[in-house]
Design a protein around this ligand. Structure first.
Ligand code: V47
Ligand code: SF4
Length: 368
Protein backbone atom coordinates (compact mmCIF):
# COMPACT_ATOMS: atom_id res chain seq x y z
CA UNK A 1 0.00 0.00 0.00
CA UNK A 2 1.40 3.40 -1.00
CA UNK A 3 1.24 5.92 1.85
CA UNK A 4 2.23 9.51 1.24
CA UNK A 5 2.96 10.23 4.91
CA UNK A 6 6.17 8.46 6.02
CA UNK A 7 5.11 8.90 9.67
CA UNK A 8 2.18 6.56 8.97
CA UNK A 9 4.31 3.67 7.78
CA UNK A 10 5.30 2.18 11.15
CA UNK A 11 1.68 2.10 12.29
CA UNK A 12 0.63 0.65 8.91
CA UNK A 13 3.19 -2.14 9.36
CA UNK A 14 1.75 -2.98 12.77
CA UNK A 15 -1.75 -3.12 11.27
CA UNK A 16 -0.58 -5.37 8.45
CA UNK A 17 1.14 -7.67 10.96
CA UNK A 18 -2.08 -7.85 13.01
CA UNK A 19 -0.44 -6.16 16.02
CA UNK A 20 -2.53 -4.20 18.50
CA UNK A 21 -2.25 -0.42 18.16
CA UNK A 22 -1.38 1.75 21.16
CA UNK A 23 -2.00 5.35 22.20
CA UNK A 24 0.88 6.69 20.08
CA UNK A 25 -0.32 4.83 16.97
CA UNK A 26 -3.77 6.34 17.37
CA UNK A 27 -2.23 9.81 17.67
CA UNK A 28 -0.23 9.16 14.50
CA UNK A 29 -3.49 8.28 12.73
CA UNK A 30 -5.10 11.46 14.05
CA UNK A 31 -2.14 13.69 13.11
CA UNK A 32 -1.32 12.21 9.72
CA UNK A 33 -1.55 14.48 6.68
CA UNK A 34 -2.61 11.43 4.65
CA UNK A 35 -6.33 11.12 5.38
CA UNK A 36 -6.79 8.77 2.43
CA UNK A 37 -4.01 6.54 3.74
CA UNK A 38 -5.67 6.36 7.17
CA UNK A 39 -9.00 5.65 5.48
CA UNK A 40 -7.50 2.92 3.32
CA UNK A 41 -6.00 1.16 6.34
CA UNK A 42 -9.40 1.23 8.04
CA UNK A 43 -11.19 0.15 4.88
CA UNK A 44 -8.86 -2.82 4.48
CA UNK A 45 -9.70 -3.88 8.03
CA UNK A 46 -13.41 -3.41 7.37
CA UNK A 47 -13.21 -5.53 4.19
CA UNK A 48 -11.33 -8.25 6.09
CA UNK A 49 -14.14 -8.44 8.66
CA UNK A 50 -17.27 -7.85 6.61
CA UNK A 51 -16.44 -7.80 2.92
CA UNK A 52 -18.74 -5.34 1.18
CA UNK A 53 -21.65 -5.95 3.55
CA UNK A 54 -23.22 -2.87 5.09
CA UNK A 55 -25.71 -3.62 7.84
CA UNK A 56 -28.91 -1.78 8.66
CA UNK A 57 -31.98 -2.38 10.82
CA UNK A 58 -35.64 -1.47 10.74
CA UNK A 59 -35.95 0.24 14.11
CA UNK A 60 -38.02 2.85 15.90
CA UNK A 61 -36.78 5.38 18.44
CA UNK A 62 -38.96 6.21 21.43
CA UNK A 63 -38.08 9.02 23.82
CA UNK A 64 -40.48 8.82 26.75
CA UNK A 65 -39.57 12.11 28.49
CA UNK A 66 -37.31 15.09 27.88
CA UNK A 67 -37.51 16.24 31.50
CA UNK A 68 -34.04 15.71 32.94
CA UNK A 69 -32.45 16.71 36.21
CA UNK A 70 -28.91 16.44 34.79
CA UNK A 71 -29.06 19.25 32.23
CA UNK A 72 -25.78 18.41 30.48
CA UNK A 73 -24.31 21.48 28.77
CA UNK A 74 -24.22 19.82 25.33
CA UNK A 75 -27.84 18.64 25.40
CA UNK A 76 -30.57 20.64 23.63
CA UNK A 77 -33.13 17.90 24.12
CA UNK A 78 -33.55 18.07 27.92
CA UNK A 79 -35.94 20.54 29.56
CA UNK A 80 -36.87 21.51 33.10
CA UNK A 81 -40.25 20.48 34.41
CA UNK A 82 -42.75 23.25 33.66
CA UNK A 83 -40.98 24.34 30.47
CA UNK A 84 -43.56 24.70 27.67
CA UNK A 85 -41.53 22.24 25.59
CA UNK A 86 -41.25 19.63 28.37
CA UNK A 87 -43.14 16.38 27.82
CA UNK A 88 -43.58 12.95 29.33
CA UNK A 89 -45.39 10.26 27.38
CA UNK A 90 -48.18 8.37 29.06
CA UNK A 91 -48.29 4.63 28.42
CA UNK A 92 -51.23 5.27 26.08
CA UNK A 93 -49.15 7.74 24.06
CA UNK A 94 -46.34 5.21 23.83
CA UNK A 95 -48.87 2.63 22.63
CA UNK A 96 -50.06 5.10 19.95
CA UNK A 97 -46.51 5.76 18.75
CA UNK A 98 -45.94 2.02 18.42
CA UNK A 99 -49.24 1.14 16.77
CA UNK A 100 -49.04 3.90 14.16
CA UNK A 101 -46.19 1.88 12.62
CA UNK A 102 -47.92 -1.48 13.07
CA UNK A 103 -47.76 -2.29 9.35
CA UNK A 104 -43.93 -2.19 9.29
CA UNK A 105 -41.69 -5.09 10.35
CA UNK A 106 -39.81 -3.13 12.97
CA UNK A 107 -37.15 -5.33 14.60
CA UNK A 108 -35.87 -3.09 17.35
CA UNK A 109 -37.26 -0.45 19.67
CA UNK A 110 -34.53 1.95 20.77
CA UNK A 111 -35.70 3.80 23.86
CA UNK A 112 -33.95 6.41 26.00
CA UNK A 113 -35.07 9.50 27.91
CA UNK A 114 -34.20 12.05 30.55
CA UNK A 115 -33.94 11.54 34.31
CA UNK A 116 -37.40 12.75 35.24
CA UNK A 117 -37.83 12.69 39.05
CA UNK A 118 -41.58 12.10 38.65
CA UNK A 119 -41.08 8.71 37.00
CA UNK A 120 -40.89 5.71 39.28
CA UNK A 121 -39.51 2.24 38.67
CA UNK A 122 -42.98 0.94 37.81
CA UNK A 123 -43.18 3.35 34.85
CA UNK A 124 -39.97 1.92 33.36
CA UNK A 125 -41.12 -1.67 33.87
CA UNK A 126 -44.51 -0.82 32.37
CA UNK A 127 -42.85 0.74 29.32
CA UNK A 128 -40.97 -2.48 28.64
CA UNK A 129 -44.02 -4.68 29.25
CA UNK A 130 -46.09 -2.52 26.93
CA UNK A 131 -43.53 -2.67 24.11
CA UNK A 132 -43.31 -6.44 24.51
CA UNK A 133 -47.09 -6.66 24.25
CA UNK A 134 -47.47 -4.39 21.19
CA UNK A 135 -44.25 -5.40 19.40
CA UNK A 136 -43.50 -8.97 20.52
CA UNK A 137 -41.16 -9.59 17.57
CA UNK A 138 -38.95 -6.55 18.27
CA UNK A 139 -35.84 -6.53 20.45
CA UNK A 140 -36.02 -3.87 23.16
CA UNK A 141 -32.75 -1.89 23.25
CA UNK A 142 -33.28 0.63 25.99
CA UNK A 143 -31.77 2.86 28.69
CA UNK A 144 -28.13 3.62 29.41
CA UNK A 145 -25.91 3.31 32.46
CA UNK A 146 -27.21 6.78 33.40
CA UNK A 147 -30.82 5.59 33.73
CA UNK A 148 -29.73 2.39 35.50
CA UNK A 149 -27.84 4.44 38.10
CA UNK A 150 -30.92 6.66 38.52
CA UNK A 151 -33.21 3.64 38.97
CA UNK A 152 -30.82 2.14 41.49
CA UNK A 153 -30.85 5.47 43.38
CA UNK A 154 -34.63 5.81 43.57
CA UNK A 155 -35.29 2.18 44.54
CA UNK A 156 -32.26 1.30 46.63
CA UNK A 157 -31.78 -1.76 44.40
CA UNK A 158 -28.30 -2.84 43.36
CA UNK A 159 -27.46 -2.45 39.65
CA UNK A 160 -27.69 -6.26 39.40
CA UNK A 161 -31.25 -6.18 40.70
CA UNK A 162 -32.25 -3.27 38.44
CA UNK A 163 -30.91 -5.16 35.42
CA UNK A 164 -32.61 -8.39 36.47
CA UNK A 165 -36.01 -6.68 36.91
CA UNK A 166 -35.74 -4.83 33.59
CA UNK A 167 -34.60 -8.01 31.87
CA UNK A 168 -37.66 -9.83 33.22
CA UNK A 169 -39.84 -7.05 31.77
CA UNK A 170 -38.24 -7.39 28.31
CA UNK A 171 -34.95 -5.51 28.18
CA UNK A 172 -32.61 -7.36 25.81
CA UNK A 173 -29.92 -4.86 24.91
CA UNK A 174 -28.72 -1.36 25.77
CA UNK A 175 -27.69 1.48 23.45
CA UNK A 176 -24.31 3.12 23.76
CA UNK A 177 -25.10 6.55 25.16
CA UNK A 178 -24.21 8.22 28.41
CA UNK A 179 -20.43 7.85 28.38
CA UNK A 180 -19.91 11.01 26.28
CA UNK A 181 -16.12 11.27 26.75
CA UNK A 182 -14.67 9.09 29.50
CA UNK A 183 -12.57 11.87 30.96
CA UNK A 184 -12.78 13.84 34.22
CA UNK A 185 -11.97 17.24 32.67
CA UNK A 186 -14.78 16.97 30.12
CA UNK A 187 -17.11 15.49 32.72
CA UNK A 188 -16.60 18.49 34.98
CA UNK A 189 -17.02 20.99 32.13
CA UNK A 190 -19.96 19.51 30.25
CA UNK A 191 -21.93 16.99 32.30
CA UNK A 192 -21.01 17.35 35.99
CA UNK A 193 -24.33 15.95 37.26
CA UNK A 194 -24.11 12.83 35.16
CA UNK A 195 -22.40 9.67 36.50
CA UNK A 196 -18.60 9.65 36.32
CA UNK A 197 -16.55 7.69 33.81
CA UNK A 198 -15.66 5.11 36.46
CA UNK A 199 -19.32 4.60 37.35
CA UNK A 200 -20.31 4.29 33.68
CA UNK A 201 -17.66 1.61 33.13
CA UNK A 202 -18.56 -0.20 36.35
CA UNK A 203 -22.28 -0.30 35.48
CA UNK A 204 -21.66 -1.46 31.91
CA UNK A 205 -19.38 -4.22 33.21
CA UNK A 206 -22.20 -5.38 35.48
CA UNK A 207 -24.70 -5.23 32.60
CA UNK A 208 -22.40 -7.32 30.40
CA UNK A 209 -21.87 -9.79 33.25
CA UNK A 210 -25.67 -10.17 33.45
CA UNK A 211 -25.72 -11.23 29.79
CA UNK A 212 -27.05 -8.00 28.28
CA UNK A 213 -24.97 -6.69 25.34
CA UNK A 214 -24.58 -2.94 24.87
CA UNK A 215 -23.17 -0.54 22.35
CA UNK A 216 -20.67 2.20 23.13
CA UNK A 217 -20.57 5.76 21.82
CA UNK A 218 -18.28 8.77 21.98
CA UNK A 219 -19.62 12.32 21.72
CA UNK A 220 -16.90 14.24 19.86
CA UNK A 221 -16.39 17.68 18.37
CA UNK A 222 -16.83 19.98 21.41
CA UNK A 223 -14.12 20.68 24.02
CA UNK A 224 -12.25 17.39 23.96
CA UNK A 225 -8.74 16.93 22.55
CA UNK A 226 -7.67 14.13 20.23
CA UNK A 227 -5.69 12.67 23.14
CA UNK A 228 -8.88 12.54 25.23
CA UNK A 229 -10.75 10.81 22.41
CA UNK A 230 -8.02 8.18 22.18
CA UNK A 231 -8.08 7.63 25.97
CA UNK A 232 -11.84 7.11 25.70
CA UNK A 233 -11.41 4.49 22.98
CA UNK A 234 -8.71 2.69 24.96
CA UNK A 235 -10.88 2.56 28.09
CA UNK A 236 -13.65 0.98 26.02
CA UNK A 237 -11.18 -1.48 24.49
CA UNK A 238 -9.94 -2.49 27.97
CA UNK A 239 -13.47 -3.18 29.16
CA UNK A 240 -14.25 -5.11 26.00
CA UNK A 241 -11.18 -7.29 26.65
CA UNK A 242 -12.72 -8.23 30.00
CA UNK A 243 -16.38 -8.69 29.05
CA UNK A 244 -16.77 -9.03 25.27
CA UNK A 245 -20.19 -7.43 25.80
CA UNK A 246 -19.95 -4.50 23.39
CA UNK A 247 -21.65 -4.99 20.06
CA UNK A 248 -21.00 -1.80 18.05
CA UNK A 249 -19.13 1.46 18.53
CA UNK A 250 -20.77 4.67 17.33
CA UNK A 251 -18.92 8.00 17.16
CA UNK A 252 -21.54 10.76 17.72
CA UNK A 253 -20.77 14.09 16.02
CA UNK A 254 -21.68 16.98 18.32
CA UNK A 255 -24.46 19.34 17.15
CA UNK A 256 -24.37 22.65 19.00
CA UNK A 257 -27.63 24.49 18.09
CA UNK A 258 -29.85 25.43 21.05
CA UNK A 259 -27.09 24.65 23.54
CA UNK A 260 -24.75 26.98 25.47
CA UNK A 261 -22.04 25.74 23.06
CA UNK A 262 -23.83 27.13 19.99
CA UNK A 263 -20.73 29.18 19.12
CA UNK A 264 -18.83 25.97 18.30
CA UNK A 265 -18.66 25.04 14.61
CA UNK A 266 -20.02 21.71 13.41
CA UNK A 267 -17.56 18.83 13.11
CA UNK A 268 -15.79 18.76 9.73
CA UNK A 269 -16.28 15.92 7.27
CA UNK A 270 -12.56 15.19 7.50
CA UNK A 271 -12.74 14.85 11.29
CA UNK A 272 -15.86 12.66 11.04
CA UNK A 273 -14.20 10.28 8.57
CA UNK A 274 -10.91 10.19 10.44
CA UNK A 275 -12.70 9.45 13.71
CA UNK A 276 -14.55 6.52 12.12
CA UNK A 277 -11.24 5.23 10.72
CA UNK A 278 -9.31 5.58 14.00
CA UNK A 279 -12.15 3.82 15.83
CA UNK A 280 -12.09 0.90 13.36
CA UNK A 281 -8.34 0.51 13.71
CA UNK A 282 -7.99 0.99 17.47
CA UNK A 283 -11.08 -0.98 18.58
CA UNK A 284 -9.76 -4.30 17.33
CA UNK A 285 -12.08 -6.20 19.68
CA UNK A 286 -15.30 -4.51 18.43
CA UNK A 287 -17.04 -6.26 15.55
CA UNK A 288 -18.98 -3.25 14.26
CA UNK A 289 -18.48 0.47 13.70
CA UNK A 290 -21.63 2.45 12.96
CA UNK A 291 -21.92 5.43 10.65
CA UNK A 292 -24.94 7.06 12.31
CA UNK A 293 -26.54 8.80 9.34
CA UNK A 294 -28.65 11.08 11.54
CA UNK A 295 -25.56 12.87 12.84
CA UNK A 296 -23.24 12.49 9.84
CA UNK A 297 -25.85 13.22 7.18
CA UNK A 298 -26.69 10.66 4.53
CA UNK A 299 -23.85 11.44 2.10
CA UNK A 300 -21.05 11.41 4.65
CA UNK A 301 -22.47 8.23 6.21
CA UNK A 302 -22.21 6.60 2.76
CA UNK A 303 -18.60 7.75 2.46
CA UNK A 304 -17.86 6.44 5.97
CA UNK A 305 -18.53 2.93 4.63
CA UNK A 306 -15.12 3.35 2.92
CA UNK A 307 -13.42 4.59 6.13
CA UNK A 308 -14.10 1.61 8.39
CA UNK A 309 -17.85 1.71 9.08
CA UNK A 310 -19.94 -1.39 8.32
CA UNK A 311 -23.35 -0.36 9.70
CA UNK A 312 -25.73 2.49 8.83
CA UNK A 313 -28.03 2.07 11.87
CA UNK A 314 -31.68 2.20 10.99
CA UNK A 315 -34.99 3.61 9.85
CA UNK A 316 -35.55 5.29 13.26
CA UNK A 317 -39.04 6.71 12.44
CA UNK A 318 -38.53 9.88 14.48
CA UNK A 319 -35.24 11.14 15.91
CA UNK A 320 -35.48 13.92 18.50
CA UNK A 321 -32.17 14.32 20.37
CA UNK A 322 -29.97 15.49 17.47
CA UNK A 323 -32.76 17.33 15.68
CA UNK A 324 -33.38 19.51 18.72
CA UNK A 325 -29.67 20.38 18.44
CA UNK A 326 -29.93 21.43 14.78
CA UNK A 327 -29.45 18.24 12.73
CA UNK A 328 -30.52 18.78 9.13
CA UNK A 329 -30.81 15.11 8.15
CA UNK A 330 -34.31 13.61 7.88
CA UNK A 331 -35.89 12.44 11.14
CA UNK A 332 -36.36 8.93 9.79
CA UNK A 333 -35.75 6.94 6.62
CA UNK A 334 -37.55 4.17 4.77
CA UNK A 335 -35.94 0.75 4.37
CA UNK A 336 -35.78 1.41 0.62
CA UNK A 337 -33.99 4.74 1.06
CA UNK A 338 -31.42 3.16 3.39
CA UNK A 339 -30.84 0.32 0.95
CA UNK A 340 -30.43 2.84 -1.86
CA UNK A 341 -27.78 4.72 0.14
CA UNK A 342 -25.85 1.49 0.69
CA UNK A 343 -26.22 0.12 -2.85
CA UNK A 344 -25.35 3.40 -4.53
CA UNK A 345 -22.19 3.43 -2.40
CA UNK A 346 -21.24 0.13 -4.04
CA UNK A 347 -21.93 -1.96 -0.93
CA UNK A 348 -24.30 -4.84 -0.24
CA UNK A 349 -27.15 -4.02 2.14
CA UNK A 350 -27.79 -6.63 4.82
CA UNK A 351 -30.86 -6.12 6.95
CA UNK A 352 -30.07 -7.34 10.46
CA UNK A 353 -31.63 -7.80 13.86
CA UNK A 354 -30.18 -6.16 16.98
CA UNK A 355 -27.59 -8.92 17.34
CA UNK A 356 -26.36 -8.71 13.74
CA UNK A 357 -28.17 -11.83 12.60
CA UNK A 358 -29.24 -11.30 8.97
CA UNK A 359 -33.01 -11.10 8.57
CA UNK A 360 -34.66 -13.94 6.64
CA UNK A 361 -31.38 -15.44 5.54
CA UNK A 362 -30.48 -12.24 3.72
CA UNK A 363 -26.75 -12.70 4.09
CA UNK A 364 -25.08 -11.86 0.82
CA UNK A 365 -21.88 -13.67 1.57
CA UNK A 366 -18.46 -12.18 1.84
CA UNK A 367 -17.91 -10.62 -1.53
CA UNK A 368 -14.24 -9.94 -1.12
O1 V47 B 1 -25.57 10.05 25.19
C1 V47 B 1 -26.83 14.45 23.19
C2 V47 B 1 -25.73 12.31 22.43
C3 V47 B 1 -26.56 10.28 22.98
C4 V47 B 1 -26.22 15.76 21.57
O2 V47 B 1 -26.41 2.49 20.61
C5 V47 B 1 -25.77 14.47 21.28
O3 V47 B 1 -27.19 2.11 18.64
C6 V47 B 1 -24.84 15.20 19.32
O4 V47 B 1 -26.51 7.10 22.41
N1 V47 B 1 -25.22 16.48 19.55
C7 V47 B 1 -27.79 9.43 22.85
N2 V47 B 1 -25.08 14.18 20.18
C8 V47 B 1 -27.85 8.78 21.48
C9 V47 B 1 -27.16 7.45 21.47
C10 V47 B 1 -27.30 6.55 20.30
C11 V47 B 1 -27.74 7.04 19.09
C12 V47 B 1 -27.87 6.15 18.02
C13 V47 B 1 -27.60 4.81 18.15
C14 V47 B 1 -27.16 4.34 19.38
C15 V47 B 1 -26.90 2.89 19.56
C16 V47 B 1 -27.00 5.21 20.46
O5 V47 B 1 -26.75 11.40 22.13
C17 V47 B 1 -26.21 10.90 24.29
C18 V47 B 1 -25.25 11.99 23.85
O6 V47 B 1 -23.96 11.46 23.72
N3 V47 B 1 -26.15 13.70 22.32
N4 V47 B 1 -26.89 15.73 22.74
C19 V47 B 1 -25.92 16.79 20.65
N5 V47 B 1 -26.29 18.04 20.89
FE1 SF4 C 1 -30.31 14.42 30.48
FE2 SF4 C 1 -29.16 12.71 28.79
FE3 SF4 C 1 -29.63 15.26 28.00
FE4 SF4 C 1 -27.74 14.75 29.84
S1 SF4 C 1 -27.72 14.05 27.69
S2 SF4 C 1 -29.32 16.33 29.96
S3 SF4 C 1 -28.62 13.00 30.96
S4 SF4 C 1 -31.17 13.71 28.53
Amino acid sequence: MRLSDPLLRKTAEKITAGERLDFEDAMVLYRSSDLNGVGLLAHRERLRRHGLKAFFIRNQHLNYSNVCRNRCVFCAYAKNEGDPKAYTLSLEEVRDQLTCRASESIREIHMVGGLNPRLDFQYFENLLLLIREVRPEAVIKAFTAVELDYLSGITGYSIEKVVLRLKEAGLAMMPGGGAEVLNDRIHKALFPKKITSERWLEIIETVHDQGIPTNATMLYGHLETHEERVEHLLRLRDLQDRTGGFSAFIPLAFHSANTPLAHLPPTSGVDDLRTIAVSRLLLDNFDHIKAYWVMLGEKLAQTALYFGADDMDGTIVEERITHTAGATSPKGMSREALMYLIESAGMVPVERDSFYNPISGESHGNLI
